[in-house]
Design a protein. Sequence first.
Lengths: 601, 284, 110, 236
Amino acid sequence: MAIVDSPVVQDIPAAEVPDPNEDLYHAKSWVTKYLFCQDAKVIAIQYSCTALGIGLLGLVLSWVMRLQLGFPEVFSFIEPAHYYQFITMHGMIMVIYLLTALFLGGFGNYLIPLMLGARDMVFPYVNMLSYWVYLLAVLVLIASFFVPGGPTGAGWTLYPPQAILSGTPGSDGGIILMLVSLSLFIVGFTMGGLNYVVTVLQARTRGMTLMRMPLTIWGIFTATVHALLAFPALFVGAIMMTLDRLLETSFFMPVISEMGEILSYEGGSPLLFQHLFWFFGHPEVYIVALPAFGIVSDLLSVHARRHVFGYRMMVWAIVIIGALSFIVWAHHMYVSGMNPWFGFFFATTTLIIAVPTALKVYNWTLTLWRANIRLTLPMLFGLAFIITFVNGGITGLFLGNVAIDVPLSDTLFVVAHFHMVMGIAPILVVFGAIYHWYPLMTGRMLDEGLGKFHFWVTFLGSYIIYLPMHYLGFIGVPRRYFEMGETTFIPESAQDLNAFMTIVTLIVGFAQLVFLYNLITSRKNGVEAGPNPWKATSLEWQTAKTPPEHGNFGKTLPVVYRWAYAYGLPNAAQDFVPQNLPPELVATHVGNQVPDTDGES
Amino acid sequence: MIVAYAILLVGIGTVVFHFVSPWWWTPIASNWGFIDDVIIITFWVTGVVFVAVVLFMAYCVYRFRYKEGQRAEYNPESKKLEIWLSVLTSVGVAIMLAPGLWAWDEFVTVPEGTAEFEVLGQQWSWMYRFPGKDGKLGKSSTKLIDDDNPFGLDPKDPNGQDDVLIEDSELHLPLNKPVKVLLRSVDVLHDFYVPELRAKMDMVPGAVTYLWFEPIRVGTFDILCFELCGTGHYDMRGSLVIEEADAFNEWFEAQSTFAETLARISPEGEIEHKIAANAAENSF
Amino acid sequence: MTEAHVEGQQHPLGVYIKVWAWLFVLSAFSYMVDYYDVQGYLRWTLILIFMILKAGLIIAIFMHMAWERLALVYAVGVPVLAVLVFTFLMTHEADYTFDTRGTFFVESAP
Amino acid sequence: MSESTPGAIMRPDGVEGVIADWSSDQRAFKKVPWGKAMMWIFLLSDTFIFGCFLLSYMTVRMSTTVPWPPVSDIFALSLGGEPIPLILIAIMTFVLITSSGTMVLAVNYGYRRDRAKTVLYLIITAIFGATFVGMQAFEWTKLIMDGVRPWGNPFGAAQFGSSFFMITGFHGFHVSVGVLFLILIARKVWKGEFDNETRGFFTSQKGRYEIVETLGLYWHFVDLVWVFIFAFFYLW
Ligand code: HEA
Ligand code: HEA
Ligand code: CUA
Ligand SMILES: [Cu+2]
């Protein structure tokens, strides 16, 4: 407990590095201030808006997909090829262009410097480039909707040979633009990612040890490291597939007889791509999950007015999950025809990962124990996250247990699993985080009433979409089917259930529009937040101004004396003690912020 | 208050739904019942934890809701509790994993002497090939595929001459006879799955994959392609008829062999009709 | 060579020259393996040994890893294990593919 | 080698030092400037890229049933009538190693604030680098004239050509980028931008001699990758 116990502060060592960024670069013109801006906070907002914008497209695609599934043959404009293009784009947009970009580019950029007491990222210029390359990747992605043949319909997993053969929609231009867009995304992300990692490792303020960082930062940091090491596999896969498609090399292509015609490929290995893809893909799902883990810990702690339970275990769990997730990838390939021997290895590693994850879940709930829980919006989203994540994680255990995956793989059970654990749980955290940090970014609160509506509809709605979907998976209903048609084994009632899920999807979708409205109007009309409205301890709320200005803090950087979870300290004057409150003031200080960081004073 | 009830409701609702929902396994028709059992085990282990976590949360939200002036307990960690929880979880994992691995071992280990046949996938239809009297399938090559030789069999391989070719999506298998299914694709990835059999495996062009099972129930079942293979993926269906050995043999005899199809193409051509003197006992 | 830690990484030129020479020698050795047409396990072992020695020298001396604090060394070195595991597994995967091809396919042009 | 900086605490060595460094404040890699830390992490990421390239090459080579072409004969070159196997590759290897040697000298002189020598060695390094790329181009031309294409070749497995062009192409791209930066940095050193800490035109960050070391890391990495390519692609 020595590390976390804050009343007894160890010495803050003398500065090794004097405020290394005090001579900040200052923008000279409107263009460099708002458009090509190098301030991480502006870049963060650019990232977030772009990601939410493209996410909205992903959402609309999901409605169209659901319409087809719920009411087959009603919407004649949806052809099979379109359907496959929609699911592909939906999956890819949601996982990569929305969640990865939002958590790392958006939240990462905003929160890392602020929470660590840095003035900016270490390489602001590269950081800015990162956003513009990301934007370019998004534009290329959108462009693929307009090329002849449309976007690719190979599924977001892009498995060759089909991805580049003519039997799959979008195999002319669509797949190439997809691969180009992914490569651009990776290049752009790498520029940003190096910034996040180096900032965390090398640019913390005095007293901010790694073991005092808020879990948000731990989550984002580990996810970024993950991304830097996992994206290379996708990058290499994308390059090789581009070559296979354009130059007819045979990396992934064996001899193929397509529609009676023998193609010129020979000797390649389709499974190689799957390994590369999942060597990236599995870490990728944790890239999406780990920031959510971190952020939700902070949301729960702040709004339960209690420290996170078992902070050190939480940190180690993140790190262990991170490390293990590089050796579980082939659990997506149990029935891919790979070497059967792998099943034993990967099932074991996969289920081992459940142990640190389970500990995180326990610690979240134990954070609530003997707390003083305020049911604010971020808290509600946090609670809902735990439920949906446990539900989705547990179904992961079914799939991870190799023999069980045999009947369940590629059924709707898998779709239900990953929507529960990825499409809902982290999305709920995103919403909670937006309700939590919006006041910091804009100085105003989001509307509470609209927020409650948004919460209940989204949480309950999406839960009842995906819970029953598991059972369709048990029946044996396949995923990625344009329509089921006649079968001997699927009961009539399954179609009614599908229609029900579609209707709920549309209702949930409507709630998102309400959220969007709230997001836009509250910028002008929201209640003034004032400094540190949630009475939080972490540094981002201790800035001189709300919203923080360029350079984040006042003349001097804050000095950190304790961990970020000093809530309910017995001998403190109030129920929270900011990280930078000098020890001698703990017993007396009352107020939302620590006095002398108030900038100009 | 409402929130606590809502959480409670979600937890209880989930359990109730599990027991009353009309949607559940399609009745099994193969020897893989053990996989279903492992699922039931997993349901119990994870279900208990799910309910425990949700109930605990509901209780906390109800009991420790905000009161002005109240302070939360300050007690950052408890080694003892965390060790206990890790151990219990690990035990839970072991209870699920052990039977799972055992079942997988069964699944990938084909018993000696199991009869083989081949399923051939292509966009977007199924074909099947049985070994003839010799019990051996001839070698193939995708390069040899043409209209006259849709399976791409090697005409020079004596084992292939008596192979029985079924250019139709309907497959028949005899009851209670274990079979090893060799899966081959000529173009893209496909996946052979019959929900009642519980066994599926991808078909990979440029390789041959396999699975095995023993049919234990007579009936006609759907064969579906379970790996996205292009626009026609959803329409790539077949049917599997499991029947008594007599009925099967009758069907089987009516099919033609590779040699016969070759002969049909070039009647005057010399075709060596090699039939292994002693038919292997693992033939159909 | 720790005395010269005043400003960044400064080391006597002698070390660099020696390592440079060694790199030449080792490269020459690995070239000899091919030139004299050594085959089989001996070939692979020799190639690997020379490769690892060369790589080690470059990383340790030219890239100054030998003088860095272990915190950095581990941070850079440990993740590479993931690639090694991946490679190891892929050898088994490739072997398996090769075997099924040999068992079931004929190698013949139309 | 405990070292003490004014005002800093004594740092233990070895594994204890790892723990001490990682649990300290401000920075985890002591005395490592931001640029260098960034380069190391970038190189780690790049290692994964090259690792994936090489293991993909390994996988396709091991799984194809078509025999692999006789590499050492294909890369043989006739010098004075006799074909000598792999000779060009051997020369390229020596060129790259030499450039690595000159680079390390440039870094060294940079830290000694010896502007002229730094520039000299940077330029020499760039020249060797460019020579390497030139020989690579020659190699490609020769191979293409022999009929090797990304999609096939007369000597054996098609994956030989595709892997060759892809891997050496990607490596050559790294070398070329390195040459560009060598010239760029040489120019900056020459103009004294690192002595008076001029701010970069784009980045508006101060120029420092550390940049030479950072660039050095990149250059040695390119050499390092070649060691593996040489072993696995040409010799194996
Ligand atoms: C955020 C994303 C995310 C997360 C966190 C996870 C988490 C997990 N996933 Fe999931 N998964 C996906 C996203 C994610 N997954 C996606 C996108 C796909 C499909 C891709 C595609 O094919 O398109 C997929 C597919 C997928 C498959 C492949 C299925 C198939 O295609 O056949 C498998 C198989 O092993 C799997 C397993 C797991 C496991 C074991 C976990 C574990 O990490 C879960 C751990 C969590 C818990 C276990 C819950 C908490 C624990 C407790 C409360 C204690 C109770 C536990 C015990 C008693 C042990 N997932
Ligand atoms: C994070 C990832 C994510 C998210 C959020 C979603 C959200 C949804 N998804 Fe999707 N989905 C995937 C990832 C995701 N999905 C992936 C990877 C696939 C596989 C593709 C493939 O097979 O190749 C898939 C496939 C998939 C299918 C299967 C298609 C098939 O196999 O035939 C279906 C069918 O119902 C579906 C439906 C939905 C629905 C109804 C929603 C939602 O409507 C659920 C409820 C909505 C919300 C909770 C709100 C979400 C909010 C936003 C997206 C932010 C929007 C921005 C603003 C409000 C500003 N998705
Ligand atoms: Cu064949 Cu899907
Ligand atoms: Cu996974």
